[in-house]
Write a protein that binds this ligand. Structure first.
Ligand code: MG
Length: 425
């Protein structure tokens, strides 16, 4: 059992006061003991002292640090539904001060229930709660000397398979040759799965910006792009395509049907996410697997989709949907319906590794999203601190360090900080 620093210093001080002479021989052991003795007091004495935050990407990436009375700091990230939430972070911080960060699920539930009339069902409230909850897991893991996946019940796997999101947005009017080149580039980098975007409200093949019916030329364009990607990488690479919820039900059915010969991993959100019956109609009409859920919140949000058999795969965003514990609960719920868990991920490497701990902890994990920006935008290396390579041959190696294993690099992040709100103050 390790002594607390205070106990140790008191005892060491008393020993020194009683007898100065033995310290000559005792000195090196005394120094060694200081180095090897835990600097922490007992876990029961761990208390939250402050919560601070910073924003980048126009407020769409929220980074949270939770401070404690033992100089252990927890790091967390929230995305998308976070602009304008600075004061919400501060309110949550006030509610957490003086509490033990080790009761992560209880603190999550306290904040969620207390926010019942403040919107604690979805959106900004849950996105901020997600960042806070993630930082609590990181803090708890560091305090107990365990990686977060261990706190979540252990791991099913050591490496997390990821797919490359190519970000070949349709507003750049990519050709089938661009799709082929981009798919080939990802495979050459070692990835075994690649995702493309097919939707575009300003597609020149569209007759009406607001109407969501895909014209025959638009459906053909989508097929030609995906067929070129399939041709480039062969039959054994997983391909998926995202329509960002921008089409109507019949168009969704048509696109899913036309893509059937390409043996897709999934077609993502052909229609907006609210109507479960419409999803069920598309899913039942096609052999192309249908995936949805990046804008769903909490396990409650996924229950109707799963109960109705409306999707073939779910993709909660673990920086938005409620956090790491809630992510695990969502995955376990999906597992009851034999539905795979394939999280959406548009975060920094902190969020990516946080997601990995959840992905490792559930049996039905399928694949996690990865972004081309990690390879092309230096910002994503500057804003975090971590050991080792980010990704190798299409897999992230799960961190074995206490906590998440990736931290916010406050100095690296500062130059990208949203200037409209205080930065970690
Ligand atoms: Mg998507």
């Amino acid at each position: 059992m390790k002594n607390s620093r205070r106990d140790f210093l008191t005892k060491a001080g008393a020993t020194a006061a009683l007898s100065a002479m033995p310290l000559i021989n005792y000195g090196s052991e005394y120094v060694n003991a200081i180095d090897t003795t835990s600097k922490l007091s007992a876990p029961k004495d761990l208390k939250i002292t402050d919560v601070k935050c910073g924003y980048i990407r126009g407020g769409h990436s929220l980074f949270v640090k939770i401070y404690s009375n033992q100089d252990i700091v927890g790091h967390g990230e929230g995305v998308d539904a976070t602009p304008g939430t600075y004061h919400l972070v501060k309110i949550f911080g006030d509610r957490l001060k003086g509490k033990s960060p080790l009761n992560v699920n209880r603190l999550f539930e306290d904040l969620r229930r207390r926010g019942f009339f403040e919107g604690a069902q979805a959106g900004m409230y849950i996105a901020v709660l997600t960042a806070i909850e993630t930082a609590l897991w990181d803090l708890a893991g560091k305090a107990l000397g365990l990686p977060v996946y261990q706190l979540l019940g252990g791991k099913f796997r050591d490496k997390i398979r990821v797919y490359m999101d190519t970000a070949l947005y349709q507003n750049r009017l990519p050709t089938p040759a661009d799709f082929a080149a981009s798919a080939k580039e990802a495979v050459d980098m070692g990835f075994t799965a690649v995702k493309f975007d097919l939707d575009q409200a300003n597609d020149p093949n569209k007759y009406d910006h607001y109407n969501w019916t895909a014209s025959p030329a638009e459906v053909q364009r989508m097929y030609d792009q995906m067929a070129a990607a399939r041709e480039a990488v062969g039959p054994n690479i997983d391909l998926c395509a995202d329509m960002h919820g921008k089409y109507d039900t019949t168009s969704g059915e048509r696109v899913a049907k036309v893509l059937e010969p390409l043996n897709m991993m999934w077609l993502e959100e052909p229609i907006p996410a609210e109507n479960v019956e419409a999803y069920k109609k598309i899913t039942e009409s096609t052999s192309t697997p249908i995936c949805a859920g990046e804008n769903h919140y909490l396990a409650h949000g996924f229950r109707p989709l799963l109960e109705a058999g409306a999707v073939d795969a779910i993709m909660p965003d673990l920086q938005k949907a409620g956090g790491l514990g809630e992510g695990q609960r969502i995955a376990n719920l999906a597992n009851l319906y034999y539905v795979p868990f394939a999280p959406h991920m548009v975060a920094s490497y902190l969020g990516a590794m946080a997601s990995c701990h959840v992905c490792a902890s559930v049996p039905n994990f399928m694949i996690l999203e990865w972004q081309i920006y990690f390879h092309k935008d230096p910002k994503f290396k500057e804003i975090v601190s971590y050991d080792g390579p980010m990704v190798e041959n299409g897999f992230i190696t799960l961190s074995e360090k206490p906590g998440i294993g990736v931290e916010i690099n406050e100095e690296g992040m500062r130059k990208y900080a949203d200037k409209n709100v205080p930065f970690f103050k």
